[in-house]
Design a protein around this ligand. Structure first.
Ligand SMILES: [Zn+2]
Length: 127
C-alpha cells in the first residue's frame, strides 16, 4: 500500500493536480527511431502556453499501443527540486503480431525513443 504512484498523466489539465509545487514546465523533445527523419522529430511543450501533454504519440507506423509518458521525467526532476533536467523515455508499444500464431513473427518492443529536456519553475515556498 505504501507504493508510490507514478505521476504519469495524459492531459495538461492534470498537471497542476499532480505537481502542485510547479508553476510551469517547459519540455523540449526529440523522437528518434522508425517513422521520423534521421535527425529526429522535434517539438516543444509548455504548461503556460497550454500545449503540455503528458503522453506523446509514437511515430513508428508499425507500432501498436505505443507512446511516451513524460510524467516520470518531470517527477524525477521535481522531486530533486532541480530547475532543469533531462531524460530518455522508451516507447511503451510493440511491433509485430500480438499473437505469434497470426504471422509467425513474435511481438517485439518498439525501439523508438524520446529524449526530453525539461525546465521547471516552482511556486514560491509557503510562509
Ligand atoms: Zn512505438
Amino acid at each position: 500500500m505504501a507504493e508510490r504512484r507514478k505521476k504519469e498523466f495524459f492531459r495538461g489539465a492534470d498537471f497542476p493536480r499532480l505537481f502542485p509545487e510547479l508553476a510551469d514546465a517547459e519540455v523540449e523533445f526529440v523522437q528518434r527511431g522508425a517513422g521520423v527523419a534521421e535527425d529526429g522529430k522535434r517539438g516543444s511543450l509548455s504548461f503556460r502556453e497550454r500545449t503540455l501533454e503528458g503522453h506523446l504519440p509514437c511515430a513508428n507506423p508499425s507500432c501498436r499501443k505505443g507512446g511516451f509518458g513524460i510524467g516520470a521525467v518531470i517527477e524525477a526532476i521535481a522531486a530533486a527540486r532541480r530547475p532543469d533536467g533531462e531524460g530518455e523515455v522508451a516507447c511503451a508499444g510493440y511491433v509485430g503480431a500480438l499473437r505469434p500464431a497470426e504471422s509467425g513473427a513474435p511481438a517485439a518492443t518498439c525501439s523508438n525513443r524520446l529524449a526530453v529536456k525539461v525546465k521547471l519553475r516552482y511556486k514560491p515556498a509557503g510562509p
